[in-house]
Design a protein around this ligand. Structure first.
Ligand code: AHR
Length: 350
């Protein structure tokens, strides 16, 4: 396993006992209860030595349902998972791409249940509507690990662990930067939201609004989904330029780099200079976004680290071997100004 790709992690959980009834039943793990380890360090990195696999030496079978291939972030996330959950590392991975459709994910999860995999992992395209299929997984004694995005459920026993970034905090940091750096005079912000109903769209919007709430100079004048894709980002930005008038748009806040990059195309096609005529703030910090930041076309990026594979491998290995896992593992993210992007780009992994 490649330890150099480890995300920087901190655990959100304190040392509380968690009843992980689902976890205990699947994959031949032992007890029906597990307590999360104490916070403080919260190292969820792959086991020293980097080997996955069950205690009896068998490969761990994993069904993973990915959101889709909508962005550079997603491509890096898929690569990290596929490069880590390999036979060499002790896993037998079944991977499926849901093409941003919840029904496809539900179907994939049902297929993994029917196959009797040891562990199911998935990144839910939207937050709500998962209880029924998660109950089916629980009834089949298959533990479920959430990666990247959360589900909205009243019954948190339906999954064993959730690893991913704090999307509210990402939105908050973007809003703080806009408020502090640009909100010293009245400014109009247009917002490109992620996929409607998804955790990152909901949370990044909420965090941003919270951060600008006390600054009367900052107003969100238009907000629409661009579904996290470059093509839709461009299309929606073209609409904003028409409906709002370019002269009335000071800032674009895009929930990911790809939508921001699509919007840059629309801004340039309108004869304007991105990063100057319209300031741009995005989230992800994938290579193309960082390059645009270094080139001055984007003004600020909040990172969302996609390299979840090694940590997912560790969580799965622990679950199968009856080792307690944290219910919530938060990936730590950085943020980048233009100067910082220029410095970081040569070593950027994604
Ligand atoms: O869930 C993470 C988000 O999904 C990324 O920020 C975005 O690029 C992706 O589509």
């Amino acid at each position: 396993m490649n330890l150099s790709t480890l995300p920087r992690l901190r655990t959100a959980a304190v040392a509380i006992a968690l009843t992980l009834s689902v976890a205990a039943c699947g994959g031949g793990s032992g007890s029906s209860e597990a307590a999360s380890p104490a916070a403080g360090g919260g190292d969820a990195s792959p086991a020293a030595g980097g080997e996955g696999g069950s205690a009896d030496g068998e490969l761990i079978s994993v069904g993973f349902s990915q959101v889709g291939a909508e962005s550079g972030w997603r491509a890096a996330n898929t690569q990290s998972i596929q490069e880590t959950l390999t036979e060499e590392n002790g896993f037998e991975l079944s991977f499926s791409d849901a093409q941003q459709q919840q029904q496809n994910q539900i179907q994939a999860i049902r297929t993994y249940i029917a196959q009797g995999v040891d562990v199911i992992a998935f990144s839910p395209v939207v937050e709500s509507g998962w209880d029924a299929v998660l109950e089916e997984a629980a009834a089949a004694d298959i533990p479920v690990v959430l990666t990247d995005r959360a589900v909205d459920t009243q019954n948190e026993d339906l999954y064993v662990s959730f690893i991913g970034s704090d999307f509210v905090e990402e939105g908050r940091r973007a809003g703080q930067w806009v408020s502090e750096e640009l909100g010293t005079e009245p400014i109009n912000v247009v917002e490109l939201q992620g996929t409607t109903g998804s955790a990152p769209a909901n949370d990044r919007k909420a965090g941003f609004e919270e951060a600008i709430a006390d600054n009367d100079n900052v107003t969100i004048t238009a907000s629409q989904t661009g579904n996290f894709t470059r093509a839709e980002g461009r299309q929606v930005m073209e609409g904003f330029l028409q409906s709002e008038g370019a002269e009335n748009i000071d800032v674009l806040y895009a929930h990911n780099d790809d939508m921001g990059l699509g919007a840059i195309e629309a801004i340039e096609a309108a004869g304007l200079v991105p990063g100057e005529d319209i300031k741009i703030v995005t989230i992800d910090a994938v290579r193309d976004g960082m390059q645009a930041l270094a080139d001055g076309k984007i003004n600020f990026i909040v990172e969302c680290n996609p390299l979840l594979g090694p940590d997912l491998a560790q969580i799965i290995t622990d679950v199968v071997n009856g080792v307690p896992v944290d219910k919530r593992i938060v990936v730590e993210d950085e943020s980048f100004t233009q100067e910082q992007a220029i410095e970081a780009l040569p070593d950027r992994q994604y």
